[in-house]
Design a protein. Structure first.
Length: 203
């Protein structure tokens, strides 16, 4: 029988991604929304702190091991913004948030030359055995690119249509989902998590 683990999100895409990796290690992933658990306020000052905060909260309320990820876009010319506030950069939530966030990002960068538009996507995944686990597994992934001047592509979400990746010579929104999953920041963090779980299981 597989060990249940709660994922501190209601995002079904994340549930699917995590499930694919964790199934190999005997885990059955359950979204926190299935247990009527809401997300806590993200008061951390780093991606790691926010991921830990979300995982500990989900573990506390569910009594299960928990996993959480915190991710965002870091733009060098903006001093690291939107960073921790990527999902609410424009100050709105819900269905309009993504478009408003992209609109604000383009506005903030309107006078910034192409050579200065470097950016990276960051993902931090944290896994806890229980609420008070003193040695959580922490896996981080990054992918580098630049912010384009206009939106391109219909796939993806968030800032994908503005994030140009030299590795694939297009924006993330121009990639098929299956291709994005191979090179994205979350894919890289999941790869690190998989290696750490395999190492832990062998020790």
């Amino acid at each position: 029988m597989k060990q249940k683990i709660v994922l501190a999100t209601g995002n079904l895409g994340k549930v699917k991604e995590m499930s694919d990796v964790l199934a190999d290690f005997g885990f059955e992933v359950i979204a926190q929304t299935e247990l009527n658990i809401e997300s806590p306020e993200e008061t951390g000052l780093t991606f790691v702190e926010n991921a830990l905060l979300k995982a500990r909260y989900a573990s506390k309320l569910s009594g299960l091991p928990a996993i959480a990820d915190d991710s965002g876009l870091v733009v060098k010319a903006l001093g690291g913004a939107p960073g921790l506030y990527s999902a609410r950069y424009a100050g709105v939530e819900g269905t309009e948030a993504d478009a408003k966030n992209r609109e604000k990002l383009l506005s903030e960068l309107h006078n910034v030359a192409q050579a200065e538009r470097q950016a990276k996507f960051v993902s931090c995944i944290v896994m806890l055995q229980h609420e008070h686990d003193p040695s959580p597994i922490i896996a981080e992934g990054e992918c580098y690119g630049e912010i384009s001047f206009t939106e391109k592509g219909e796939n993806g979400f968030g800032y994908d249509s503005l994030f140009f990746s030299p590795e694939v010579n297009c924006t993330f929104a121009e990639l098929e989902t299956s291709e994005k999953k191979k090179i994205s920041h979350r894919a890289r963090a999941l790869s690190v998590l998989k290696t750490k779980l395999a190492t832990k299981g062998a020790s």
